[in-house]
Design a protein around this ligand. Structure first.
Ligand SMILES: Nc1nc2c(c(=O)[nH]1)N[C@H]1C(S)=C(S)[C@@H](COP(=O)(O)OP(=O)(O)OC[C@H]3O[C@@H](n4cnc5c(=O)[nH]c(N)nc54)[C@H](O)[C@@H]3O)O[C@H]1N2
Ligand SMILES: Nc1nc2c(c(=O)[nH]1)N[C@H]1C(S)=C(S)[C@@H](COP(=O)(O)OP(=O)(O)OC[C@H]3O[C@@H](n4cnc5c(=O)[nH]c(N)nc54)[C@H](O)[C@@H]3O)O[C@H]1N2
Ligand SMILES: [Mo]
Length: 764
């Protein structure tokens, strides 16, 4: 039997051919993702967690700090035993330390499917259990999520559904893409995507005459088919390049004075910054300001190229887009804000196919119109306690209870965490400086993880509860910008004794006395019917055909109507509409941000040099970007992901000159090292990367060489990245860039055994 299913990388059909699961893309998908072919291995891979497992020390000696996490063997125990112990531990922590001592940040992408969505389940459970310390913002856009509401408007409203692919194909003359719009990235959309349109939209625009300018250290960040102009500035210097472009627009009188006067606020402060002292000369009056020559010195793009690019931007309909990667870095707020200022100077914000975009092409959700009715989702419950951290500050919190830090104009204090509960995420994938994360997690009393597979996070836990995958349960797949809603049907029974996250939480809720509130007396199927009803009612209210759940389920999918492609809230700005910012206009400067007094995020876009630039010891920039062959760490053992490795090791790209200087040959094993750690990788020598930069994607499961050697033999770049916030404004993740040395590996490289379970013993 063929069933329909949805994953973050696409909608697909699955059916068994003997022992092998055959997975084929949705027939209407014009550009399906190769990541789909990781799925067949997910059902019965040896990396699956088969039974509840507990760290021996925790089971035998009880909760408490331990540096044995990640080193000790596990004991398999029965479901009832482990749930009894865990319920007791939750009760103990609540009674002795209060609800804020539980960290349910639990950040992570989990899987498609709206009801069994792991984040929704854990947050519902922990809210009902009395509350918890939660996380705010994401690793994806942490800096932009705080900045953009100050300077433009609500993050979702002004980033999604404003400039669409259709508009670009029809109207845009120049697309200036900082960080590119890599097709590898737009394979992905949370909840699922039935039609990947980016490749064809870019091709259609290019065929009409749109010119694409790629600003990135990596040439593949825009498809070669659109013949982009490739500018490769030094990583982390985009804000300087943008300021140089802005200076040219100003001094050549190419800026839109009317737009700046009518729709912007704070222009004067930025203008003054452009023309005033640049730090090169002590004499303020002799300075030419932050002009193209100033920018060229910082970013490495010749000044005449900067000037001619500025002229081109002003010569037609231009859209400026900033990939999320630029803000996942120290001072990551600045390139986003500077790009907005540049777009404001061009005066095209709110025009079709023009103005400013955040993240276009970095996820398939951007650049599309939304569905006209809400898709089914499990509603969030309010957390009864107010305790939160910006998500990427997790290790700081665990290492420094009671410590204070600044965030978005407030001074906050880290809570004292005793129990960490993770469900649907992988901090040993997403967090920076993994040795530090290990030390941080050693300090808590109890670390609980629900996982389907033995990730490094599961291996570092005290209690590992085996979760089903979407392939083993029914659910509704929907994203909100893709019109298709998918009836996700199981293709396999639960693996060994795995259970649904919902079922695990329901069992714990029963032990803690709130089962009825948690389940509301519904079976999972009844929940699906309940979630569908909201969409069904919204369809009926708007006069659209409104299939019942039974009709939807029998059909396997339903196509929802979509909203108009009208430019959203930025288009209304031009007709006198007001934004939700402090002045109601675009904030080129912000008195509010200035009032916070942060020198790492002043009151207007600025160039702030990195605090850890390349040095004699660590001369290379490391770009650790999203992997082309999988979503983050998910299904790293799958066929597509495995095919991208060499002898099971992740591939690092390096420029021929940098390779030759180090005696590194294509395919050789290399060691990347800095003060935080080291990892191995396989070298790919290519001139598609800027000199002085190496690139190693995220997602290889962290695999330490030995108990006493944290070198990752598999190629996880987060052993190297720095665990610091973007600035005091947003405290966002800065994992994208760091500096390293790279050397040829001498000797026989250790074999990679990343996807094996840890040592597990049956309980006596
Ligand atoms: N150096 C560096 N680091 C980065 C980034 C970077 O650019 N550079 N990017 C960052 C970004 S943008 C992001 S979004 C994060 C991503 O970080 P994560 O979202 O944490 O990464 P995933 O690998 O998607 O982790 C999801 C985990 O959930 C598990 N899972 C899937 N479905 C279920 C389920 O139904 N139930 C349960 N219990 N578990 C499930 C999967 O097996 C997997 O281990 O990484 C960040 N880290
Ligand atoms: N295949 C695949 N696609 C994904 C994901 C995945 O795991 N796999 N993850 C998804 C998620 S959660 C997110 S948030 C998005 C993230 O979207 P992004 O953050 O935009 O994606 P990245 O691939 O990390 O970075 C994009 C490109 O930016 C370039 N870059 C890095 N540093 C700089 C710099 O300083 N300046 C300039 N100009 N360019 C720079 C790099 O060459 C990199 O390839 O991707 C999504 N798409
Ligand atoms: Mo992300």
């Amino acid at each position: 039997m063929t069933v329909s299913h949805s994953a973050h990388w696409g909608v697909f059909r699955a059916e068994w051919e003997g022992e092998r699961l055959r997975v084929t893309p949705h027939p209407d998908d014009p550009d399906p993702s190769p990541v789909l072919q990781n799925v067949p291995d997910a059902v019965r891979h040896p990396a699956r967690v088969a039974r509840p497992a507990v760290r021996r020390g925790w089971w035998e000696h009880g909760p408490g700090p331990s540096d044995r996490r990640g080193h000790e063997e596990f004991i398999e125990v029965g479901w009832d035993e482990v749930l009894d112990r865990l319920a007791g531990e939750l009760r103990r922590v609540h009674t002795d330390h209060g609800p804020t001592a539980v960290y349910g940040g639990s950040y992570g992408w989990a899987s498609a499917g709206r009801f069994h969505h792991a984040q929704s389940q854990i947050h519902r459970f922990l809210s009902m259990a009395g509350g918890y310390t939660q996380s705010v913002n994401t690793y994806s856009g942490g800096a932009a999520e705080v900045l953009i509401p100050h300077v433009l408007g609500p993050f979702d409203a002004v980033t999604r559904s404003v400039v669409t692919w259709d508009q670009i194909a029809a109207h845009t003359d120049t697309v200036l893409a900082f960080g590119g719009m890599a097709l590898k990235n737009s394979q992905i959309a949370p909840g699922g995507m039935s039609r990947h349109v980016e490749r064809s939209a870019m091709a259609a625009a290019s065929a009409r005459g749109t010119r694409f300018v790629l600003v990135s250290p990596l040439r593949p960040d825009l498809p070669a088919a659109v013949s982009p102009q490739w500018l490769a500035p030094e990583p982390g210097t985009d804000a300087a390049l943008m300021i140089g472009l802005a200076h040219t627009l100003l001094v050549e009188d190419l800026h839109d004075r009317d737009f700046l006067r009518d729709h912007c606020d704070g222009w004067e402060a930025f203008r003054e910054y452009l023309v005033s002292g640049d730090g090169r000369s002590g004499d303020h009056r002799r300075s030419r300001g932050r002009d193209a020559d100033w920018a060229a010195e910082i970013c490495g793009i010749p000044a005449d190229e900067i000037r001619s690019l500025a002229r081109r931007l002003a010569a037609g309909r231009t859209v400026i887009t900033v990939a999320q990667s630029l803000q996942r870095a120290e001072h990551g707020e600045q390139p986003v804000w500077a790009a907005l200022a540049l777009a404001a100077m061009l005066g095209q914000i709110g025009l079709p196919g023009g103005g400013f975009c955040y993240g276009l092409g970095s996820l398939a959700h951007y650049g599309r119109v939304r569905t006209a009715v809400p898709v089914p989702t499990l509603a969030r419950r309010p957390n009864p306690v107010r305790s939160f951290i910006p998500v990427a500050r997790v290790a700081d919190m665990l290492l420094d209870p009671g410590g204070s830090y600044a965030y978005n104009g407030s001074d906050l204090t880290y809570p004292d965490i005793r129990l960490v509960y993770w469900c649907g995420g992988n901090p040993f994938h997403h967090h920076q400086d993994l040795s530090r994360l290990r030390r941080a997690l050693a300090r808590v009393d109890t670390f609980v993880v629900h996982e389907s597979v033995w990730t490094a996070t599961a291996r570092h836990a005290d209690v590992v509860l085996p979760a089903t995958t979407t392939l083993e349960r029914e659910d509704i797949g929907a994203g909100g910008t893709d019109a298709l809603v998918v009836a996700m049907k199981p293709v396999a029974p639960p693996y060994e004794s795995a259970r649904d996250d919902h079922a695990i939480f329901a069992e714990l809720a029963a032990r803690l006395g709130f089962a009825e509130r948690f389940t509301e007396g519904r079976t999972p199927r009844e929940w699906l019917v309940h979630l569908w009803e909201r969409t069904e009612k919204a369809l009926a209210n708007k006069g659209f055909p409104a299939p019942t759940f039974e009709e939807f389920w029998a059909a396997g999918e339903v196509t929802l109507p979509t909203g108009p492609d009208d430019g959203g809230m930025l288009a209304t700005l031009r007709d006198g509409g007001r934004l939700t910012t402090e002045s109601g206009r675009v904030q080129i400067g912000s008195a509010v941000i200035a009032s916070f007094g942060y020198d790492d995020c002043p009151g207007h876009p600025a160039w702030i040099p990195p605090s850890d630039p390349p040095s004699a010891r660590h001369p290379l920039w490391l770009v650790s970007n999203q992997p082309a062959t999988r979503l983050h760490s998910q299904l790293d053992f799958g066929a597509t992901s495995a095919a991208g490795k060499v002898d099971g090791r992740e591939v690092m790209r390096i420029h021929p000159a940098d390779a030759a200087a180090r005696g590194i040959e294509d395919g050789a094993v290399v060691r990347l090292v800095n003060d935080r750690g080291a990892c191995l990788a396989a070298a790919r020598v290519t001139d598609e990367i800027r000199g002085g930069v190496v690139q190693l994607p995220t997602g290889a499961w962290y695999t330490p060489a030995a108990d006493d050697d944290p070198t990752c033999v598999h190629g996880n770049p987060n052993v190297l990245t720095r665990d610091v916030g973007s600035s005091r404004l947003a405290q966002g993740c800065t994992g994208q860039l760091t500096t390293v040395q790279v050397e040829a590996y001498v000797g026989v490289p250790p074999a990679v055994q990343a996807h094996r379970p840890p040592r597990i013993r049956q309980a006596e």
